[in-house]
Design a protein around this ligand. Structure first.
Ligand code: DI6
Ligand code: FE
Length: 415
């Protein structure tokens, strides 16, 4: 950083933090910088400077972080947090020995949440979703991806995405909305999934895109949901409108969806327990992110772990996310997801933190603005009462977050 940096009157200087920048250009684990300060200007990071390069003695906008660890604001890049009802009864069934797939075939599973979401009015949906979003934010999350996919018709997909828009306008969180109308075949289209897919491609997707209600398109490509051919058709529609794609891929079986996402230059492939080596090679070529969802793996008591070593070998960047949803991951805790990425999937703590910062930002197409403490990036960060970054997700049940900074302003608890 040049010595010619000039403070402006409205800048804020954050001193005495230990910065886990997650910046790859900083040649330390976690991109760790000691004895540096952050200068924020409006909603951006203006500079990260060695503390002896800045004389702040006569300067009034100084915040002393007292040796605390600072990370980029955490990013949860895969959630389904707007939904009605819950599925505790279904969980009880599963504990009594009935599988997720069997429950889905009996009309339970995703479709029971579809009916609860269709019944819920806008206000009640907003209220429950706000509480879930707040739980994430209170653990230092500043960016959240939220999917539709429990409405499954034009009016109800719109209602879900309008709740997302209302959250975006009222909460101190950056939100990335995703259209997941191809999540499940709704009851009125039972045994007519092609017709439902046509309805998505011809009506739901173009209409809600025009209403600017989402920024990417997702699909559940699986035997109990949509086929590879249907996924391709959906992606072609999205591509024709210039919309980035991603997928729930290779979660319960290997249908070759990940390679298809790579072919369409997609943002991410998510779950990927059953991913094979040739698909990994395809992801690596396109810099598509592999998003790991260890809480769903844990809650479904899955046994097949994603091929982490191969992902490392091919240098596919890995993101980590909660997959917060009522059926397979009822956990509004990014710290739990990080902990489980390490305990269930064998990620290192550095990989887990990269998974909810730099790589999660890339999964949302925000890699040049979010997920790192770096000049020019959004001034979103989390300040932690810990001695080392690993402690952020080591001790669950006690939240070590001291401060949450969103767009340059302190907001420890969400507004
Ligand atoms: N895979 C999942 O893990 C979630 N959606 C999906 O396609 C589950 C959603 C649910 O069960 O409600
Ligand atoms: Fe999901």
């Amino acid at each position: 950083m040049s010595k010619s940096f000039k403070l402006q009157d409205t800048d804020t200087v954050w001193i005495n933090g230990v910065l886990a920048t997650m910046d790859k250009d900083v040649d330390e684990q976690y991109g760790l910088l000691k004895d540096h300060c952050i200068v924020t200007r409006s909603d951006k990071i203006a500079a990260i400077l060695p503390k002896d390069q800045l004389n702040t003695t006569l300067y009034s906008h100084v915040i002393d972080l007292e040796g605390a660890i600072v990370t980029p604001g955490l990013i949860d890049c895969h959630t389904h947090l707007v939904f009605g009802g819950n599925r505790a009864q279904e969980w009880e069934k599963r504990l009594n020995g009935i599988s997720y797939t069997e429950i889905a075939k009996e009309g339970g599973g995703i479709n029971s949440t579809v009916s609860a979401t269709r019944t819920a009015d806008f206000g009640s949906l907003y209220q429950v979703s706000y509480k879930r979003l707040r739980a994430l934010a209170d653990e230092g999350v500043t960016t959240v991806e939220i999917k539709s996919g429990y409405g499954l018709d034009l009016a109800n997909e719109r209602k879900q995405l309008e709740v997302v828009r209302a959250l975006k306008n009222t909460c101190e969180v950056d939100i990335s909305p995703t259209l997941l109308s191809a999540h499940s075949v709704p009851p009125e289209y039972k045994d007519h999934s092609d017709e439902y897919l046509d309805e998505i491609c011809q009506t739901i997707l173009p209409t809600l895109w025009q209403e600017q209600l989402f920024e990417s398109v997702d699909v559940f490509c699986e035997n109990i949901a949509f086929s590879l051919a249907q996924t391709k058709k959906l992606f072609k529609t999205a591509q024709s409108l210039g919309i980035p794609v991603k997928a729930h891929a290779e979660q319960l079986s290997n249908l070759g969806c990940s390679a298809l996402v790579a072919q369409f230059n997609g943002l991410s492939v998510d779950h990927i327990e059953h991913l094979d080596e040739s698909s990994i090679a395809a992801l690596s070529e396109k810099r598509t992110i592999a998003t790991l969802l260890p809480c769903a793996f844990y809650f479904l008591k899955e046994t097949k772990v994603p091929p982490i070593d191969l992902l490392r070998q091919y240098k596919v960047p890995m993101a980590v996310s909660t997959d917060f949803n009522p059926g397979t991951s009822p956990f509004a805790s990014i710290r739990l997801a990080m902990n489980m990425a390490c305990t269930q999937f064998g990620l290192t703590p550095v990989e887990a933190l990269a998974g909810v910062t730099r790589n999660a930002a890339q999964a949302l197409g925000r890699e040049h603005t979010h997920g790192q403490l770096k000049a020019g990036y959004q001034a979103n960060f989390a300040v932690w009462d810990v001695q080392a970054p690993v402690e952020i997700f080591y001790e669950l049940g006690r939240n070590p977050l001291i401060r949450r900074v969103f767009n340059g302003k302190v907001s420890c608890l969400m507004k």
